[in-house]
Design a protein around this ligand. Structure first.
Ligand code: CTP
Length: 214
């Protein structure tokens, strides 16, 4: 199969030396891409800035901003059988009036920045989903994990969502371990106990693949 994975955070520039981002390490998405290549699938990864090595056998495209990630995913999505959006795409970027081409100097006691919404890449993929294409999203939540994840499946027209409780300090963002619930569009839930992200990547992929052949 042709599998497209996104991973890592995005960075939204404020000025030439500053940006807004999030705590995503990219480890979960990289583990899924790695498991996919190991299983013999033609695997492409669109990655935000991360500090981990490229997985062997995976074609990697690096991006920085949400807009760049949207551009790469739009280009690659039409050929993919399965798309797994593990990237923590910034929901907002500094609006034009809050960005500067030169370094913002420390002149005032307080500065106020305005942010505008970025493109929701996954929702767009859901709208343009090809027949038979499998779309998988992640839901990073700090409360009402399952309920919020279920809303995202419907709203973004997904086949699967992987719900991640990011309020737990020892797991999830920037950790080597994670604990997730995978929800299928028919409501079925698979719970995965705490485990290292490499093993979890394999488990997640095998559940998606098993259901894709049905
Ligand atoms: N996502 C995306 N484009 C965005 C934001 C998110 O494609 N601009 C994708 C993520 O890759 C993830 C899914 O949407 O697979 C859900 O991301 P999440 O941050 O949990 O939810 P949001 O849709 O951003 O909603 P909220 O932040 O309000 O929970």
């Amino acid at each position: 199969m042709k599998i497209l994975v996104s991973a890592g955070p995005t960075r939204e520039n404020i000025d030439p030396v500053r940006f807004i981002s999030n705590r995503s390490s990219g480890k979960m998405g990289y583990a899924i891409a790695s498991a996919s290549a190991d299983a013999g699938h033609e695997t492409t990864l669109v990655s935000g800035p991360v500090a981990i090595p490229q997985p062997p056998g995976v074609q990697v495209f690096f991006v920085e901003s949400a807009a760049q990630m949207a551009c790469e995913i739009r280009r690659l999505a039409p050929c993919a059988d399965i798309i797994i959006m593990a990237a923590a795409v910034s929901d907002y970027r500094p609006a034009e009036e809050s960005k500067s081409d030169s370094k913002i100097k420390k002149k005032s006691e307080r500065i106020v920045l305005t942010f505008e919404k970025t493109e929701d890449i996954l929702a767009e993929l859901g709208k343009n989903k090809k027949d038979g294409q499998i779309l998988v999203g992640f839901a990073a939540e700090t409360e009402n994990l399952i309920e919020n994840a279920r809303t995202k499946i419907k709203f973004k027209n997904l086949d699967w969502i992987i719900a991640n409780d990011v309020s737990k300090k020892n797991i999830g963002f920037d950790s080597d371990i994670n604990e997730v619930a995978m929800i299928y569009k028919d409501g079925q839930i698979f719970y995965f106990p705490e485990m290292d992200k490499k093993s979890l990547g394999k488990e997640i992929l095998s559940v998606i693949i098993a259901r894709s052949y049905k």
